[in-house]
Each structure stands twice: as C-alpha cells, then as structure tokens.
Design a protein around this ligand. Structure first.
Ligand code: FPP
Length: 254
C-alpha cells in the first residue's frame, strides 16, 4: 500500500536512505517470522491462512533486503520444536514450503538469489528434500543475496551436530582437540563461511530467541515489533535497518 503513496522506484531508496547512505547496512539479518496464527485468528481465519499470507510477506522482504544491499537473509521457517504442532498444521507448512519452491525458484534464480536450507533437512520428506536440492543447485552461483531458510532447525541441535562432526574428525586424526577454536567450530555449522548475524528481527511481540542461530547471533542487535508477520511491510523492515544503523556496537569493547 505504501507504494501508492511514495510512487514506485523512488520509494525503496527513500525509505532505506539513512542506513544505505551511511554505509551501515547489516551484512546478515535473521528474522523470526512470528504471528501468522494470531494474524489469522484476529481475522476469524484458519491459522493456515496466516502462514499462506506469510509467504507473501517473505517474498516482499527478500526483495527489499536484496535492494538494500544486505548480503544474507536467514528466516526461521520451521523449528525442531514445531513438530509438536497438530499434524494438519505441520503437513500444511511442509506443503507450503514445497509449493513455494515450485513457484518461486525460477524467479529467485532470475533475481540473482542464492537459496540454501539450514537445519536437519535430511528429516524432511524425500520429495521436499529433492526440491530443496534442485533449488540449491540451480541458484548456487547467484551472488545477489544469500537466502537461508531454516527448516527443521534448532540452534542447540546445530551445535550438537557440529560437535559430533568435530569429534569424528578428531577420532580420525584429522584434527587435534587443541586445534578446536571458534574459527574451526564455525566451519562445522550449517552457516559455515557466512558472516555472523548482525540483526535479529522478531515480529508479533514476543521477546525471545527461541533456539534460533544461538552461535551466530552471539553479538547480534535485536529489533522487536508487535506487528504480526503477515502485516510486516518492506517499509517497517527498512525502519528496522535504519534503527540498527544508528546503534553503537562495541562487541565487548569500549
Ligand atoms: C510462526 O507463526 C510461523 C511459523 C512457525 C511458520 C513460518 C512460515 C512461514 C512464514 C511460511 C513461509 C515460509 C517459507 C520458507 C515458504 P505462528 O504460527 O507461531 O504464529 P502464532 O504465534 O501467532 O501462533
């Protein structure tokens, strides 16, 4: 709707001005897309309608992030804890991820997006795993933005998986225990080679991290908003980025 007021083309530049012009755009933004259910309930709709609307929001935010020059966008699509939801909702979400890939992967390729899934993707259905592999393969050389989708992801689980792999490397004699430092550890995470998270955005009012990117967000700034994810606009995203740009980050120093 804001396009109607600001006019196409100029709008993105205007909204993003402060952060972009100051050269203080975060390299890596992570989003907890919360509030789909509450959005739907407030409208008297099924929770699934909220998730579907959330896909539309995600498409807009991805485009905006790329336009602003953000290098990495990581979104929390499904946590290791989300399996506790009713089977019908889990099935709907899985079908939605599949539909999203089928419909969007070509556009992502053309818009220079590199898509990658993080988390225990080997526990997703074989069909979805195939679609994920195809999407990752098609877009792997794109360098407009890295778009990480966390699916069956948990920060603690990711750290355990990394530790297990490191233990195996030590057992095989490829690494010694003393060689394990933060830089080595990072290489075994799903986000190996990706810059740390600068900014975590969580929509819908809850003030917690919910097992998302525990290692990567060690020095992240946080932006919380009451807006439910389906209502989260590119304009509010740009406002969050501008808010980040004005912060003083000390990383434990003075
Ligand atoms: C949290 O809202 C949202 C989720 C668990 C699912 C997120 C999924 C999407 C936004 C769909 C798009 C994703 C992709 C990658 C296509 P909630 O259900 O916990 O909301 P509530 O807290 O209001 O109940």
């Amino acid at each position: 709707m804001w396009k109607k007021f600001f006019g196409r083309g100029k709008d993105n530049a205007d909204v993003a001005e402060a952060a972009v012009e100051a050269g203080r755009v975060p390299r890596h933004v992570a989003i907890i897309m919360d509030g789909n259910g509450r959005w739907a309930k407030a409208k008297g709709l099924m929770r699934t309608a909220g998730h579907r609307e959330g896909v539309g929001t995600l498409k807009k935010i991805l485009r905006k992030a790329k336009d602003m020059g953000i290098e990495v966008l990581t979104v929390y699509a499904f946590s290791t804890e989300n399996w506790k939801r009713p089977a019908a909702e889990v099935d709907f979400l899985m079908a939605l991820f599949s539909e999203y890939l089928q419909k969007e992967v070509r556009n992502m390729y053309e818009e220079n997006v590199c898509i990658k899934f993080i988390g225990k993707t080997n526990e997703l259905s074989p069909a979805l795993q195939k679609e994920i592999a195809a999407a990752q393969e098609l877009t792997k050389d794109n360098d407009g933005i890295l778009f990480n989708v966390a699916a069956n992801y948990g920060g603690r689980d990711e750290i355990c998986r990394a530790a297990r792999q490191i233990a195996r490397a030590v057992q095989k004699g490829e690494l010694t225990a003393n060689e394990i430092d933060e830089a080595v550890f990072e290489n075994y995470l799903d986000t190996a080679g990706v810059p740390p998270v600068d900014l975590v955005i969580r929509t819908s009012g809850d003030l917690r991290l919910s097992n998302f990117l525990l290692w990567q967000a060690a020095y992240a700034e946080f932006y919380f908003t009451d807006t439910n994810w389906p209502d989260f606009s590119p304009e509010e995203f740009a406002a969050a980025i501008n808010n980040f740009a004005a912060r003083d980050r000390r990383f434990g120093g003075l």
